[in-house]
Design a protein around this ligand. Structure first.
Ligand SMILES: NC(=O)C1=CN([C@@H]2O[C@H](COP(=O)(O)OP(=O)(O)OC[C@H]3O[C@@H](n4cnc5c(N)ncnc54)[C@H](O)[C@@H]3O)[C@@H](O)[C@H]2O)C=CC1
Ligand SMILES: O=C(O)[C@H]1O[C@H](OP(=O)(O)OP(=O)(O)OC[C@H]2O[C@@H](n3ccc(=O)[nH]c3=O)[C@H](O)[C@@H]2O)[C@H](O)[C@@H](O)[C@@H]1O
Length: 476
C-alpha cells in the first residue's frame, strides 16, 4: 500500500478544514462535475491535479479561464491555481503521481436503449490503472448503473502494474448546474459505496466537514443516484400533471401546488410546472432507471409514467400556442431562454431548445434570446437582448424561469410587440400586470382558452343540501 502523505502545511489560516486529512487527489474530466469537484476539493485543502483530454477545454483552463458558466467556480479555480493546490494537465500519469484517490468524472451519455454509454468511463479507468504507480482508490463520480464499479475493478486489475492495488469505490454526485459550487460545498448528503471500511472512510473524509454521509455497498451507492434523479423527475411530472388539470378546471396551478408542497412530507421544491424537465441528467437517468428495471426484471411504472408525462409536457407548449394563434406558419414569435434551465449555459436536452425547434418546424419566424447559451446554435434568429427578441413579435414564449425575463415590463412589451399573446411556459410572469397591459396570458398551469379542452368541465351542482350528486344518484 502506498504511503499516505500530507499535501503541504495544514491547517492554513482562514481556510476551511476538511473532515479528514488533506490528500493528494487526481480528478479525471473537467466538465460540470469534474471541474467543480477539483476546484472545491482544492478549496477544502486537498492537493488536486485535474486531467482533461479535450485540448480546447484544457487550453482555456491553462490560460486561467473556465470553459463553463457556473457561479463562483472561476473564483475557486483562480484561488486553487494561485495556491498551487489545483493544476490541470492532459497527462494522467503525472496527475496520478502520489495520488491516493482518483475521481472519475467523465460523461456517461445515453444510448438509444436508455442505458448509459460507459465507454469513456471504462477508457478513463483503464488509463488510470495503467498509469498508477502506487495503490489508488478510484472513485466513480459519473452516474453509472449498479454493478459498474465491480466491473471497473476487474478492468483496473487487468491494467495495473504488478503489486499495485486498485480499489474502485462509488461516490455519485448530486450537484445541480448553476448551483454546482454551493451544492458541492454544502451537500444535503454525501454517498459513499465501498467494499471495505478503510476505502469508505478515506473517501468520506475528503468532503466538507460535518456533511451527512451515507455509506453503503457499491451497488447501493450507484442506485441512490438513479433513484434520486428519478424521484425528482416524478415530482416534476406530477406538478405538470396537476398544472394541466388546473388549466382544465380554470384555476391557478401555482397556488394549488403551493398548497400541496406546504405539507412537510411533500416539500415545496421540484413542484414547479413548466415545459418539462430537461438537461443532461434527469431524462438520461430516468431512461437508465427504466433500463435497469428491465434488465433486473422489476416494474418501473412510475418512472415510465414520468417519462411519458414529460414527453407530453415538452410537446404541448408549441401545440398549445398553435391552437391559441390559430396556426404558426409565418407567425413571428419571440422566445426567451434556450438553456435547459436558468443560470446555465448548458443546452443539452433543453426543453427551450425543443420549443424553438418545434416552432421553426411549424413554420414560425422565431427570434430568441438567452444571455448564456452558446452562440453556435443556429435556430431561428438570435437576439442580443430581451427587447431584440420581442420587437415585432405576434406572440412571446417565456421558456426559462429567469429573473431577467420576469423583469420585462408588459407595458414596454406591448409597445414593442405586434401581438398581445404571451405563453408563459416557465410560469414566472405577473398575470395581473400582463393582463392589465392588454395581453392574453397562457401557459402551463396559467390558463388556456376553453376551446382547448375536448371536454368542458362543469362545476358540480349541489341539488340537495348536504348530499352529493353521487349520493343522490345512488338513491341515498
Ligand atoms: N452535469 C451535472 O450537473 C451532473 C452530472 N453528473 C454525472 O457526472 C458525469 C459527468 O457529467 P458532466 O460533468 O456534465 O460531463 P461533461 O461532458 O461536461 O464533462 C466530462 C469531461 O470529461 C472529459 N473526459 C472524457 N474522457 C476523459 C479522459 N479519459 N481523460 C480526461 N478527460 C476526459 C471530457 O472531455 C469532458 O470535458 C456524468 O456521468 C453525469 O451523468 C452527476 C451529477 C451532476
Ligand atoms: O444528475 C445530475 O446531473 C443532476 O440533475 C439535476 O440537476 P440539474 O440537471 O442541474 O437541474 P435541475 O435543477 O434538477 O433541473 C432539471 C430540469 O427540471 C426542470 N425543473 C426543475 C424543478 C422544477 O420544479 N420544475 C422543473 O421543470 C428544470 O427546469 C430543468 O429542465 C438534479 O437536481 C441534481 O441533483 C443532479 O445531480
Amino acid at each position: 500500500m502506498a504511503e499516505r502523505r500530507e499535501c503541504g502545511p495544514w491547517p492554513r489560516e482562514g481556510e476551511p478544514r476538511p473532515a479528514g486529512r488533506a490528500r493528494r487527489l487526481c480528478v479525471v474530466g473537467a466538465g460540470y462535475v469534474g471541474l467543480t469537484a477539483a476546484a472545491c476539493f482544492a478549496h477544502l485543502g486537498h492537493d488536486v491535479r485535474c486531467v482533461e483530454r479535450d485540448a480546447e477545454r484544457l487550453g482555456t483552463l491553462l490560460e486561467g479561464g473556465i470553459p463553463i458558466h457556473e457561479p463562483g467556480l472561476a473564483e475557486l479555480v483562480a484561488a486553487g491555481l494561485r495556491s498551487g493546490r489545483l493544476g490541470f494537465t492532459d497527462d494522467i500519469g503525472a496527475a496520478l503521481e502520489g495520488a491516493e484517490v482518483a475521481f472519475l468524472c467523465v460523461g456517461t451519455p445515453p444510448q438509444a436503449s436508455g442505458e448509459p454509454d460507459l465507454s469513456l468511463l471504462a477508457a478513463a479507468a483503464r488509463e488510470a490503472a495503467r498509469h498508477a504507480s502506487g495503490d489508488v482508490v478510484v472513485v466513480v463520480k459519473s452516474t453509472v448503473p449498479p454493478g459498474s464499479c465491480e466491473a471497473l475493478e476487474l478492468v483496473c486489475a487487468e491494467e495495473a502494474a504488478p503489486g499495485v492495488r486498485i480499489r474502485v469505490a462509488s461516490s455519485p454526485e448530486f450537484l445541480r448546474e448553476s448551483r454546482a459550487v454551493e451544492d458541492f460545498l454544502a451537500p444535503d448528503r454525501v454517498v459513499v459505496g465501498a467494499e471495505d471500511a478503510d476505502a469508505a472512510e478515506l473517501v468520506a473524509g475528503l468532503y466538507p466537514e460535518g456533511c451527512p454521509v451515507v455509506v453503503c455497498d457499491r451497488r447501493g451507492a450507484e442506485l441512490v443516484k438513479y433513484a434520486a434523479n428519478t424521484y425528482l423527475a416524478i415530482k416534476i411530472s406530477f406538478a405538470n400533471e396537476v398544472a394541466q388539470l388546473c388549466d382544465a378546471l380554470g384555476t391557478e396551478a401555482q397556488a394549488v401546488l403551493a398548497g400541496v408542497g406546504a405539507d412537510h412530507r411533500v416539500g415545496p421544491e421540484f413542484l414547479r410546472p413548466g415545459p418539462g424537465y430537461g438537461g443532461s441528467c434527469l431524462p438520461k437517468d430516468v431512461a437508465g432507471f427504466i433500463a435497469l428495471g428491465e434488465a433486473a426484471g422489476t416494474r418501473t411504472t412510475l418512472a415510465a409514467a414520468a417519462e411519458a408525462q414529460n414527453a407530453h409536457a415538452r410537446r404541448s407548449v408549441v401545440h398549445r400556442l398553435e391552437l391559441v394563434l390559430g396556426g404558426l406558419s409565418g407567425r413571428q414569435v419571440g422566445v426567451l431562454g434556450l438553456a435547459f434551465k436558468d443560470g446555465t449555459d448548458d443546452v443539452r436536452d433543453s426543453p427551450a431548445l425543443q420549443i424553438v425547434a418545434d416552432l421553426v418546424a411549424a413554420g414560425a419566424v422565431v427570434t430568441c434570446y438567452d444571455p448564456l447559451a452558446p452562440s453556435f446554435l443556429a435556430l431561428g434568429t438570435r437576439a442580443a437582448t430581451v427587447s431584440g427578441a420581442i420587437v415585432g413579435a405576434e406572440a412571446l414564449v417565456v421558456a426559462v424561469a429567469s429573473e431577467e425575463y420576469q423583469r420585462l415590463d408588459p407595458v414596454t412589451a406591448a409597445r414593442s410587440m405586434a401581438g398581445r399573446v404571451v405563453f408563459d411556459a416557465a410560469g414566472i410572469l405577473d398575470l395581473e400586470r400582463w393582463t392589465a397591459a392588454g395581453f392574453s396570458v397562457y401557459g402551463v398551469g396559467r390558463g388556456m382558452p376553453l376551446a382547448f379542452y375536448p371536454v368542458v368541465w362543469t362545476p358540480l351542482r349541489w341539488t340537495t343540501a348536504g348530499k352529493s350528486p353521487g349520493a343522490e344518484a345512488a338513491g341515498a
